[in-house]
Write a protein that binds this ligand. Structure first.
Ligand code: PMT
Length: 401
């Protein structure tokens, strides 16, 4: 179910995140929705009516009365809407909404609305963590509104923490999920997501192994994002220093590719979405020396044998699972990624190239392209937490099709 033909009322309040609303309007208009924007009087300090009305193709209202003495009826606006989105929702607007302090057009419209209300808060980290904000968000949830939590990152103040408005794509996805009868904020509720993460270590002798530089960060970020969306998460990680205290995540630690394969297939039948972000060693020593190998000779030859391809096996045994692979490439990136999508029977593949600065191993950032059998989408360099948001948004958009 899409948002096409739906009437979307976007109420903007005065915060720096108001700039993101341009992208949100564009997303809705592109998908065929009708968008009406209203704003609090202070919002004009941050964005102009002209830019918002150009994108929404409708006049933008901030006062009860127009210049020519017309009345901008909050009741009509409220009853027109199929959904109302308050974004960004400042601490002030949130407090007014929850306590009925009806001193501007946005609050009057909100209080007249009978449709579902989505709230995307945005403020500095200490304001977001303040007990009054927490209480107001809980009250708003009790009123039946959908809260799209603020994200963590660098804030306008220069401080780093939770308070940034969710990305427009996340707000859009929540509303799209709502029209698709999916819980907008717990969009993966009832789903089991299995994620492989980290490297594998293939023993040579009791002290040495063949491994790689994977830190596990990408996989752990995916697990935490899937958990936030209400999924039951099974995270199978090779040796990694990453940890999680998220109770929705069932963490299984393994060492080698064979152990990872066995662990995956303990759960595979009950998995809805499988995401293979692990950097699995393609080869392992044929024999593992029982004692530490002594450095007697100038040369040492270790015979390697092919490891099982875990993801390919998942693809071969696929019944109902939606399968996401990763491709870590250094050359012919797109061609190789598309080849793996086909060969491993995947629904989508995430390409990261070591030729892109800040992408791939170890870093806290990644830069990805996503391929399906019919499409391609490219993303900017972002933190791995945000890349996880992009990947799961994309997965959800495919599941909705
Ligand atoms: O852990 P980080 O430091 O955060 O780094 C993240 C990452 C770079 C490891 C991650 O983003 C990534 O790219 N993971 C896949 C790395 C890889 O092994 O790519 P590949 O192109 O060799 O493998 C293709 C796919 O097959 C992958 O989904 C891989 O998990 C899977 N595979 C590969 C070999 C094998 N024997 N079994 C597999 O399941």
């Amino acid at each position: 179910m899409s948002v096409s033909g739906k009437k979307i009322l976007i109420a903007v309040s005065g915060g720096i995140a108001a700039y993101k609303i341009h992208f949100l309007i564009r997303d809705f208009v592109k998908k065929g929705a009708e968008v009406q924007v209203i704003m609090t009087p202070d919002t004009e300090q941050f964005v102009t009516k002209l830019s918002l009305s150009t994108l929404s193709k409708k006049p933008v209202y901030s006062e009860f009365y127009g210049d020519n003495g017309t009345w901008n009826s909050h009741v009509e606006l409220a009853l027109w809407a199929d959904v109302m989105i308050v974004a960004p929702c400042t601490a002030n607007t949130l407090a007014k909404m929850t306590h009925g302090m009806c001193d501007n057009l946005v609050i009057a419209t909100y209080m007249s609305a009978k449709c579902p209300v989505f709230i995307a808060p945005a403020m500095d980290l200490d304001m977001y963590a303040h007990p009054s904000t927490k209480q107001n968000l809980e009250m708003a949830e009790d009123y039946g509104h959908f809260i799209i939590p603020a994200e963590s990152g660098e804030l306008a103040s220069g401080l780093i923490g939770q308070g940034r408005m969710a990305e427009p794509e996340t707000v859009f996805r929540a509303v799209e999920n709502f029209f698709g009868n999916i819980n907008p904020v717990k969009s993966l509720e009832g789903k089991t997501v299995l994620i492989t993460a980290g490297p594998t270590y293939e023993a040579i002798d009791p002290v040495r192994f063949i491994g790689n530089h994977s830190s596990g960060k990408m996989g752990f970020s995916l697990a935490e994002e899937a958990s936030k969306r209400g999924a039951k998460v099974i995270l199978i990680s090779g040796p990694s220093t990453q940890t999680t205290d998220d109770k929705n995540i069932e963490l299984h630690k393994v060492i080698s590719a064979k152990e990872m394969l066995n662990k995956v297939f303990e759960f595979y039948d009950r998995v809805d979405i499988g995401i293979a972000s692990a950097a699995v060693a393609d080869y392992a020593p044929k024999e593992v020396a029982r004692e530490k190998i002594k450095k007697n000779d100038d040369n040492l030859t270790i015979e390697l044998v092919k490891n099982p391809d875990i993801l390919k096996t998942m693809g071969e045994k696929k019944t109902h699972q939606f399968l996401v692979g990763f491709a870590l490439e250094t050359q012919n990136e797109e061609e190789n990624a598309k080849g793996k999508l086909e060969k491993k029977n995947l629904d989508m593949i995430v390409l990261n190239s070591l030729r892109d600065e800040g992408a791939g191993f170890k870093n806290d950032t990644n830069k990805i392209k996503i391929f399906t059998k019919t499409g391609k989408k490219e993303f900017d360099l972002k933190s791995k937490d945000k890349v996880a948001v992009d990947i799961l948004n994309f997965v959800e958009s495919q599941l909705l099709k």
